[in-house]
Design a protein around this ligand. Sequence first.
Ligand SMILES: Nc1ncnc2c1ncn2[C@@H]1O[C@H](COP(=O)(O)OP(=O)(O)O)[C@@H](O)[C@H]1O
Ligand SMILES: [Mg+2]
Length: 250
Amino acid sequence: MEPVLVVDGIEKSFGGLKVTDKVSFSMFPGDLTAIIGPNGAGKTTLFNILTGHLAPDAGSIRFEGKEIAGARTQDIVTMGMGRAFQITSIFPEETVLDNVRVACLSKLREATVFIRPISAHKRATDRAYQILESLGLEKFSDRRAFELSHGDQKLLDIGIALALEPKLLLLDEPTSGMSPEERLLTRELIKKLWSLFNLTLLFIEHDMDMVFGIALKVLVLQQGALLVEGTPEEIRSNPEVITAYLGEEL
Ligand SMILES: Nc1ncnc2c1ncn2[C@@H]1O[C@H](COP(=O)(O)OP(=O)(O)O)[C@@H](O)[C@H]1O
Ligand SMILES: [Mg+2]
């Protein structure tokens, strides 16, 4: 199986501070991988480098076999890297349905240039409803996006990302700011979406129930460097990880 993503020796400093220190790892189709580590470990910076929001100082990132280190965000998104849960892609004045449908339509047009406009529209509408249903948002289809609660806007953002059929989906702390009940629902939802849409998913998370509840692989970042990677069981019982990070958590 070919890897979706190969990160090799990525480095980044801000001033004198090294925030990404020779990070290397790979993602394969169907992976469900969590990145954990203390605040300031460089997790979000790593995502920003993967998505082209920051250029690395050194190292290589191959996405679907192509080098993308330092490439523009828009080009990386077009190649199939998605990032969601931060309400950054929503058009607030448009309806919930149209937010997802426009993304479905753009994906369909890209895939099938010969398709007739009317049937493309029908297919995009069906697909948008399927996505909204999977997120429990179909009842809000005709509402304008800004009318949704904060939590539901986060879901809509993931709906837009799913509509683009990402080859790799990145989530930065999907449960941050949520109540324990919302966390549990989100954890179940993410597992369901991963399975339903055959996702390859990389998520940053502080909630250890979520990490150890759903991740198949865990990467531990510490001071910008990858301390260790392994299965949840390996990470839980790793003495270095327990000392550095999990001590109080487990
Ligand atoms: N644009 C920036 N300029 C300077 N320092 C930054 C910038 N972004 C992040 N940092 C610093 O990089 C380190 C890692 O931050 P971040 O990647 O946000 O960590 P995490 O997401 O793991 O909490 C922190 O010390 C942070 O202050
Ligand atoms: Mg962060």
